[in-house]
Write a protein that binds this ligand. Sequence first.
Ligand code: C2O
Ligand code: CU
Ligand code: CU
Length: 463
Amino acid sequence: MVIGLTLVLALAPQIKAQEPQWVARPLPALQEFRSNDGVASVVLEAREQTVQIDGITFDAMIYNGDYAGPLIRVHPGDLLNVRLVNHLHESTNIHFHGYQGSPLGPSDNMHILVDPGETFDYSVRIPLTQPPGLYWFHSHVHHDAERQVMRGLSGTLIVEGTTDEFPALKGIKEQVLVFKEDRLVTSDDALVNQYFHRYIRTMSGALFSQIAMRPGETQLWRIANEGADQPLRLVLKGHTFRIIGRDGSATTREIETDELRIDPAGRVDALVDAGDAGTYELSSPGVYTGSGKVRPLGVVQVSGIAATGIQKQEEFPLTVDLRAATIDARRTVVMTQNPAEGEYYLDGKLFNHARVDTRVPLGNVEEWLIRNDTNDYHTFHIHQVSFQVVEINGVAASFDGRRDTVEIPVHGTVKIRMAFSDPLILGEFMYHCHILEHEDKGMMATIEVYDPASEPASRPADP
Ligand code: C2O
Ligand code: CU
Ligand code: CU
């Protein structure tokens, strides 16, 4: 919630960059919707609105008055009905990121555009095969996606079932941490300009929050980077993260790390052990950090009656290892750019919605080499399917599970494998760089998965 959280600032008028005196408030709760009897009915009213977050006022574009965005909880097999009411002065739409169902009709269809003043009813069937985990949804209007997502037009989707995959987690306390970022280029707020370098990063709609844990307790932190352009780095002082899921899919083992790095659009499910009573700083090192090297995000307050933690997880849901698969086709996707012209390309081309760039017969298991021919940071994302990373810069990658978003190193390559086997995904959808600035400026392409039984395999991709 964006409402009523004021920040106590040790900021005298007209003084230069000075660190605010943070007062941690409890992590704001997200506006939550749940499915009932197999149906989730959600109304999203998109509006331009001025929001106030911890004393900073800015112009946002948000669903239902909440900058953090709603949280929708569904189960595999459910029908997700979303009525999008567009009160904006521009067109918008919704993409369900990580969704492995249909890209046709009123589902996760990128040809839908909802004009100002219009209403559209999305009807999205969650496949029974959709992996339980953390997903999100966001506006996906070519040329406007970066701005609309930055201003707030995104929300979080949880496909329930993680505690069935990991029975030891039954009853575990969840923290859903939704990260957004916005460049407040037009702000004349001294704090924004001088402390925040015009760049704010919020966690569940607040700049500085307190997360409560009990000594010895283990919590499940579900962390979504819903930022438009920036990777998210996350550190909890004196603690590690035990990763059990990425991009909605369970990993193949617990991956323990001191610092999380989550690409834009990426998600992580991680177990966090509270340890001993105390106050521990949660922060984000690196990019646009304000006056220091690290941007504080809040504290974890460990206190109260001791709880029993959760042991290291040894049993993981089975994921097919595609390293052993027979490959039906190999393709290369090349990322190049001309920032001076504001142009970013896939395979030398700017996005054109009227063109199909890649045609794949249903049933193919493919290996794609994604090559970054630039000095810039890029990420690769594809709709409707998840992939297994098998090689990074020519070096074999360990089998950690599936992803739907991956960083492509500067002047480097990543090899991925994916199975286009589910008839639910027949139709056209997108692959692109998920740095939305680049996507808006052309670094996106259309793929069509077709049924080889009813269409000639020889129809070439459009030029
Ligand atoms: Cu979140 Cu086309 O992507
Ligand atoms: Cu997507
Ligand atoms: Cu990019």
